[in-house]
Design a protein around this ligand. Structure first.
Ligand code: ARG
Length: 455
């Protein structure tokens, strides 16, 4: 710490030092901090700002430090505040004064912005892979159960029959939009902030394009004040993560429902279920419940950072150090949720017979009966009313629609003929034959399209 307290005559208060330190949580930025420093040192040498021998000593020193950290031998010091100063102090300690040249033409403000962007780029590529992994699991389950029919719901009331594959592919679509959002976030994260200095740029003749190329950035930030004050990329990740968790949470909710004794549509593999400490018969869907629960924390992290940022004047303010814990937590939570869900979806057993029974119970063909009348000239509103009365008649008799006689049908509309008995779950499915519908032909096509996107 002493190396940046030149103007002070006393050390920081212990509690104040601990209060302001970020090393307990920003130490995990070390691979990015070191990669950024290596690129920076190379650039300084290339520009003749330091000698190439000095750059070599610095880069070798940095890789030795990386090794120390990875082997657990590095001593993180809270009094050195953050990862940047911990590494720099250790560098100077190990290679001598020349280590002090690394921070030429750089500030911790553009350095931390760089580290966070590098971290976020890596987080996004991991996220994209795992979103794909969950999509693959969903498509796999859909393909293995191509002909399974289930009730489709609105208001959680049985509505119309759908293919299970169609239902699962709805989640594929949500996750595909998540992918697009993370792709967009990546594009805007992929901007090099280094070279912005503390806020106004730097007086040295640096080569920002060289550093960008070394670190794999496709663009340079265009305003130094913005570059050190901008955390939009983190907020975008957190917003995209919130949406993605919301999607997973909805799937989680359905898994909880489907695994209940009342629905009994699926059985979770034992590896993804937990027992009760008191009730021996229980097999609980805790993984799904926790995903649903963790979604709240991911939203909270987004709100926290939005709130932190909203009143900050340009450029860097220390408040921005608060970007880290929530963000790291969101990344960890999203990545682990995606991974565990892929495993859970892959291994769950579909109880096709129970789904089929549920389809038969719920008068799910009522819409098709109304459509039948409409096609024979009845205005839809009248048809809707007639079938409504028909359904309540059947329910009173405790009969499914398929067991009503033609005479009974005719009591509700003279337009009913013998062929009304050919309305079936199969015909209902097949009739919904538009792009995006649940007809087996359409779902087959949707599965093929999904597969193509995954390969
Ligand atoms: N630990 C700080 C953070 O995470 C690094 C940047 C500090 N810059 C400064 N001028 N104090 O934001």
């Amino acid at each position: 710490m002493s190396h940046i307290r030149g103007r002070f005559s006393k050390a920081a208060d212990k509690l104040a030092a601990r209060y302001t330190a970020s090393i307990p949580f920003d130490w995990c930025l070390y691979p990015f901090d070191i990669a950024g420093s290596v690129a920076h040192a190379k650039m300084l040498a290339k520009q003749g700002i330091i000698s190439s021998q000095e750059a070599d000593i610095i880069t070798q020193g940095l890789s030795a430090i990386k090794e120390e950290i990875e082997q657990g031998k590095f001593q993180f010091k809270p009094e050195l505040e953050d990862i940047h100063m911990n590494i720099e102090a250790r560098l100077i300690e190990s290679v001598g004064e020349v280590g002090g040249k690394l921070h030429t033409a750089r500030s911790r403000n553009d350095q931390v912005a760089l580290d966070m962007r590098l971290f976020t780029k890596e987080a996004i590529s991991q996220t994209l892979l795992r979103v794909k992994g969950l999509q693959r699991a969903l498509v796999g389950l859909a393909e293995a159960n191509k002909t399974v029919v289930m009730p489709g719901y609105t208001h959680l009331q049985p509505a119309q029959p759908v293919l299970l594959a169609h239902h699962l592919l709805a989640y594929f679509e949500m996750l595909q939009r998540d992918t697009e959002r993370f792709d967009g976030c990546l594009e805007r994260t992929d901007v090099l902030p280094l070279g912005s200095g503390a806020l106004a740029g730097t007086t040295y003749n640096i080569d920002r394009a060289f550093v960008a190329q070394e670190l794999g950035f496709s663009r340079l930030s265009q305003n130094s004040l913005d570059a050190v004050a901008d955390r939009d990329f983190i907020l975008e990740y957190e917003a995209a993560a919130s949406l993605c968790m919301m999607h997973i949470s909805r799937l989680a909710e359905e898994i909880v429902l489907w695994a209940s004794a009342e629905f009994d549509f699926i059985e979770l593999d034992e590896a993804y279920a937990t027992g009760s400490s008191i009730m021996p018969q229980k097999k609980n869907p805790d993984v799904a419940e926790l995903a649903r629960g963790k979604t709240g924390r991911v939203y909270g992290n987004l709100m926290a950072l939005l709130t932190t940022m909203k009143g900050l004047p340009l450029a860097y303010n220390r408040d921005m150090q608060e970007d880290k814990q929530g963000f790291f937590d969101t990344v960890d939570t999203l990545l682990s949720t995606l991974e565990v869900f892929a495993g859970m979806v892959k291994t769950m057993r579909v109880k096709a017979e129970n789904m089929a029974q549920a389809v038969k119970r719920g008068y799910l063909l009522a819409t098709d009966l109304a459509d039948y009348l409409v096609k024979r000239g009845e205005p839809f509103r009248n048809a809707h009313k007639a079938v409504g009365r028909l359904v309540s008649y059947a329910a009173e008799k405790g009969k499914p629609l398929s067991e009503l006689t033609l005479a009974e049908y005719k009591d509700f509309s003279p337009l009913f003929e013998e062929d009304v008995h050919s309305i079936s779950i199969e015909s209902a499915l097949a009739a919904r034959d538009n792009t995006g519908g649940t007809a087996p032909k359409q779902v087959e096509q949707a599965l093929a399209n999904a597969r193509k996107k995954l390969d």
